[in-house]
Ligand binder design. Structure first.
Ligand code: GLP
Length: 266
């Protein structure tokens, strides 16, 4: 795992890195994409790059990390709606290349298996972006989730429902109790992972990712086992990490391990 401290614009740095990778790959990539407030800047910059003719999504395939159950895709709180309004409606992605777990399917085991099969058929995820929950969840993998689990249905932690209530008109009452999520196993199989964390309320999760033990209690700590994973965070999110540890990571840049040029883990 690598850590990058970015004081200015996390979203711009992440979007610029994706632009670079799209250029290197001739625009053909399979992406894992998240939702959440932290990612809004990232998508805004991607749309700007697209409008400026700097990137194209015509050969990009996307897999979103998660989706609530019990909301229709047209519900403004669904993650599908979020993605349409922040990215997909404004770029040249082919609708058939957009993938979500089928959270409407009552046979959720089938829906989860099908999602794994679609990811495998696409050749796996090249680059996965994510946010992190205050309790260290990635996608909707809550505390205690095994690291090898594939896409599955999850009962959301009360703290997660509470944190996400701000996106629902009726507050917490309206937040679904369940979601389908890529598992930690699915996420860790991505060739490269970039997690964005911003603000004080992410500091404890980031601390556990960087300085804590690898434990399912803090799902984000699983990234330590992935050599091409990056935590891109601002000073507030890194405020509990010791100065000496930050010093060790000062040469990190996205796509390049900071460990003396080695592609190691720390
Ligand atoms: C939700 C999503 C996560 C996201 C998290 C953080 O719970 N399922 O994928 O990482 O929110 O969101 P925010 O950036 O709004 O803090």
């Amino acid at each position: 795992m690598n850590i990058i401290l970015e004081e200015n614009d996390l979203g711009f740095l992440a979007a610029s890195y994706l632009k670079k990778r799209l250029k290197e790959t001739g625009g053909k990539m399979v992406l894992g994409l998240p939702t959440g407030g932290t990612m809004e800047g990232f998508y805004k910059h991607l749309v700007d790059f697209y409008k400026a003719g700097q990137i194209s999504f015509k050969d990009v395939i996307t897999f979103n990390l998660d989706e609530y159950t019990g909301l229709s895709a047209t519900s403004p709180q669904s993650y599908r709606y979020y993605m349409d309004k922040h990215l997909f409606d404004y770029v040249d992605i082919k609708r058939g290349n957009i993938h979500f777990p089928d959270a409407d399917n009552e046979n959720y085991e089938k829906a989860c298996k099908d999602y794994e099969e679609r990811i495998t058929a696409a050749g796996g995820i090249d680059l996965l972006f994510g946010g992190v929950g205050r309790n260290g969840h990635i996608a909707f993998n809550e505390s205690g989730t095994p690291f090898d689990i594939p896409t599955h249905r999850v009962k959301l932690a009360e703290s997660t429902r509470k944190a996400n209530a701000r996106f629902f008109k009726g507050g917490i009452e309206d937040v679904p109790y369940y979601a389908l999520t890529m598992g930690m196993g699915t996420i860790l199989k991505a060739k490269e992972i970039i997690i964005l964390a911003s603000g004080e309320n992410k500091a404890e999760a980031v601390y556990h990712a960087v300085q804590g033990n690898i434990t399912t209690l803090w799902p984000v700590s699983a990234l330590k086992e992935h050599k091409n994973s990056f935590i891109l965070a601002d000073a507030k999110a890194l405020s509990l990490v010791s100065k000496s540890v930050l010093e060790e990571y000062k040469n990190c840049s996205l796509g390049q391990s900071c460990l003396n040029g080695q592609n190691g883990t720390k």
